[in-house]
Design a protein around this ligand. Structure first.
Ligand code: FES
Ligand code: FES
Length: 170
């Protein structure tokens, strides 16, 4: 069946079997940052954002993506470089296999919990993304740094809006 969705900000149309996993469809489109691990919804390496929520693409049937807004780590790196930059700065990767899924989950965490999320909240949110290299401390440090940058960006935007508003009034 024909499945149409928005992928990393652009329209996509694929002819997918009814039972095709979204993981295979996305990788087939060349987005190999979405990794294939356990394929049973346990490890999180296949994570993508579907309508803003993190989803294990190995368990998500491709036809269910019809009409959805989908983001992978590749698109997030372009649209929200602060998250991937934080992973690089914090050296939050060893082999890197889990990294794209961690970036997806960290992005979702900051959106869902808000940039004020503390370490415990971020650890709990990221619990479904396993790292075989056990680099969890640096991954959490990266998520915290990205959240702090997002908080600073929102503050600056709010200040600018307030200044603009004051200027409009006078
Ligand atoms: S490959 Fe999807 S959760 Fe492991
Ligand atoms: S960096 Fe190797 S699995 Fe996480």
């Amino acid at each position: 069946m024909i499945v149409r969705f928005c992928l990393n900000g652009g329209p996509v149309e694929v002819d997918a079997r009814t039972g095709a996993s979204f993981l295979d469809v996305i990788r087939g489109l060349g987005l190999t940052g979405v990794k294939a691990g356990c394929r049973i919804g346990v490890c999180g390496v296949c994570s993508v954002l579907v309508d803003g929520l993190p989803v294990s693409s190995c368990l998500f049937l491709a036809p269910c993506a019809d009409g959805c807004d989908v983001w992978t780590a590749e698109g997030i790196a372009q649209a929200h470089p602060e998250v991937t930059d934080a992973f690089v700065r914090c050296e939050a990767m060893q082999c890197g296999i889990c990294t794209p899924g961690q970036v997806v989950a960290a992005t979702a965490a900051i959106t869902e919990l808000g940039p004020g999320a503390d370490e415990d909240e971020l650890r709990e949110y990221l619990i479904g993304n396993l790292c075989r290299c056990t680099g969890y401390n640096t991954i959490i440090a990266a998520a915290r740094e990205a959240a702090a940058r997002e908080a600073a960006a929102r503050e600056a935007a709010a200040r600018e809006a307030a200044t603009q508003e004051a200027g409009d009034v006078h």
